[in-house]
Design a protein around this ligand. Structure first.
Ligand SMILES: [Zn+2]
Ligand SMILES: [Zn+2]
Length: 266
């Protein structure tokens, strides 16, 4: 059973699902990863900084209600890198209440990639090049303080002309540097099943897995994990068996619960 390492509850600005919906009784785990996004352009420019200590307290209460003292709780943050606020992010990441840190790159030049009109005048080449530059910069700045690189294909969800093969044909070099940066810092690379099966870009992740497997075979092992990126309990763990099969086809096994727990709280 592989833990879902990317889960949103009502502590995220864009989600209404109660925390208690995500008690994984078979694994004995309650894990969420809530949006920590500064100057969030898709939420009126607000700083979205969840109260992680409150999440921890609510998880304790759920553990008592479940009468399961062995239930492990993991308080996670999905941190949106901000080129404009690296020092503030570094301080927030140091917060003791956060156990698991995912690093995302939702925003470029003050606008989320989902705001298609804000980026429509950028050519495909410049769009992807700017994004991969941003990711490499974020890994160099904050990579030592986070655990997981999440949805590396994120902007391509909103640019249908940039699907897996087209991106790798032109940008295998920068993607390789990004994977090397993850290996150097011990970061886990996420297989985002929302990107793979809701946005339909499994091919990006098949190519990414091929690269991770090749680099792991050269002596720099890189772990992968599964994340559904769900905002509703009905999407929790969606597509996991298919993604697990794709990883296995490349000789890779996603992070299991023990592997995850051993990486927390660094
Ligand atoms: Zn995200
Ligand atoms: Zn997310």
């Amino acid at each position: 059973m592989f833990p879902d390492c990317h889960v949103h509850s009502s502590f995220s600005f864009d989600c209404e699902e109660p925390l208690a919906s995500y008690v994984d009784r078979s694994a004995g785990l309650l894990l969420t990863t809530e949006h920590l996004e500064l100057a969030n352009s898709v939420n009126g420019g607000r700083d979205d900084v969840p109260d992680f200590a409150r999440i921890a307290r609510q998880m304790d209460r759920i553990r008592q209600e479940e009468a399961d003292p062995g239930l492990k709780s993991v308080v996670g943050a999905e941190v949106g890198y901000s080129r404009e606020h690296p020092n503030q992010l570094e301080d927030l990441l140091g917060g003791e209440a956060i156990d698991l840190r995912l690093l995302s790159f939702h925003s470029y030049r003050g606008h989320d990639w989902i705001e298609v009109e804000a980026h429509q005048n950028i050519s495909d080449h410049d769009y992807a090049a700017a994004y991969f530059d941003l990711v490499l910069e974020g890994l160099q700045t904050l990579g030592g303080q986070v655990d997981v690189l999440t949805h590396l294909d994120y902007p391509f969800r909103y640019r249908p002309s940039l699907r897996g093969q087209a991106v790798f044909d032109e940008f295998a070099g920068p993607i390789g540097l990004i994977i090397d940066a993850c290996a150097e810092r011990g970061l886990v690379v996420e297989l985002n099943t929302k990107s793979m099966y809701k946005y339909g870009d499994e091919s990006f992740y098949a190519l990414l897995l091929g690269m991770v497997a090749a680099k792991s075979g050269q002596g720099a092992p890189i772990a992968v994990c599964l994340g559904s990126d769900c905002h509703r309990a009905s999407d929790w763990r969606a597509g996991f068996s298919r993604a697990e099969g794709l990883a296995a086809a490349h000789g890779l096994k996603p992070l299991d619960l023990d592997g995850l727990i051993s990486r927390l709280g660094r």
